[in-house]
Design a binder for this molecule. Structure first.
Ligand code: SF4
Ligand code: SF4
Length: 313
């Protein structure tokens, strides 16, 4: 099986994944307690979907009853491009194409490859879509450690990675978790402009710019106490300051290069944005998630932040 595992790993690297690890099926007893506490504290803000399927999150046997292994993959997206200004910044992960489909296609190729090698191979693929504690599985599979900014950090590719998961009925020798290399560093906690990292590895979404600009439905007004710091969609501050992201390998996958060569949106474009232009410009982009009304709300909030700063200078 060890040899087959290596063959599968090599195929994953050929497909562009930068990390792949295998975790043995177990109930996530400790992790689910932390997750439930996070929900109880109100840190999931208005994302009520996160309160569903707690039983499946704890026990993936409720998804595949004879599950034996959780295969975790990571795909890198850091590239050579930079933000062009401090205004209307797009989070790095959203510069290019929507990763969900790209990763699902690659994982499908990987499971097809495995299916050719193993009889009765049963599987289910997840890319950020199902009731899974992806980060917990990534840690268990040795993809990286969970940093104090709550992101999974690979030693080679930093935290600029997308996770993809395969649940399977086949038993593989598990990989070992790696050490937590945060050490005494607290840069992400100190640099978060809204103090959203309330303790190591714990983010209060109610204070997080990423939550407000991506996940909060357009009908929710962003609190006046939150300065978006120029982020129109997402926020990368707690990743940008992380020393582990200083020297990450870059990817040449053009799918994640900036669409329209834009890492920021243009003020003029945002002022004149219509639902029709939104639909056309963001088709196939992660930014679609914010919806037209949400992106407009984010834009108007940044304008308010700028006006406030000017008055108080
Ligand atoms: S994404 Fe931004 S606001 Fe959210 S925790 Fe990180 S630095 Fe703070
Ligand atoms: S900035 Fe420092 S504390 Fe935060 S995730 Fe990176 S290494 Fe860990």
């Amino acid at each position: 099986m060890e040899q087959l595992k290596n063959i599968i790993k090599n195929r994953a690297f050929e497909l562009g994944f930068c990390e792949i690890g295998f975790a043995r099926y177990e109930k996530l007893e400790k992790e689910i307690q932390n997750y439930i506490q996070w929900l109880k504290n109100g840190y999931s803000a208005t994302m009520t979907y996160l309160e569903k399927n707690i039983d499946k999150r704890e026990d993936v046997k409720l998804i595949i009853d004879d599950v034996r292994t959780i295969i975790v993959t990571a795909y890198p997206y850091y590239n050579k491009f930079k933000h062009s200004s401090n205004l209307f910044k797009i989070s790095r992960y959203a510069w290019g194409e929507d990763y969900h489909k790209i990763l699902a296609d690659k994982l499908t190729k990987l499971v097809d490859f495995i299916s050719d090698k193993i009889n009765d191979f049963k599987y289910k693929i997840y890319v950020d879509t199902g009731p899974l504690l992806e980060k917990s599985w990534a840690v268990r599979a040795g993809i990286g450690w969970q940093g104090k900014n709550s992101m999974i950090i690979s030693r080679t590719y930093g935290s600029y990675i997308f996770l993809g998961i395969i649940l399977t009925n086949i038993e593989f020798e598990p990989d070992k978790p790696i050490k937590d290399y945060c050490g005494t560093c607290t840069k992400c906690i100190e640099s978060c402009p809204t103090n959203a990292i309330v303790q190591p590895k714990v983010v209060d979404s109610r204070k997080c710019i990423s939550f407000w600009t991506i996940e909060a439905k357009p009908e929710y007004e962003i609190p006046s106490s939150i300065d978006l710091n120029g982020w129109i969609f997402g926020c990368d501050i707690c990743q940008e300051v992380c020393p582990w992201n200083n020297k990450v390998k870059i990817t040449d996958d053009v799918a994640f290069f900036p669409r329209y060569n834009q890492t920021n949106l243009d003020k003029n474009f945002l002022e004149n944005l219509t639902p029709e232009i939104f639909k056309e410009r963001f088709k196939g982009s992660p930014i679609k998630r914010a919806k037209f009304e949400g992106l407009k709300r984010n834009f108007l909030h940044i304008i308010k932040n700028i006006e406030y700063e000017q008055i108080n200078q």
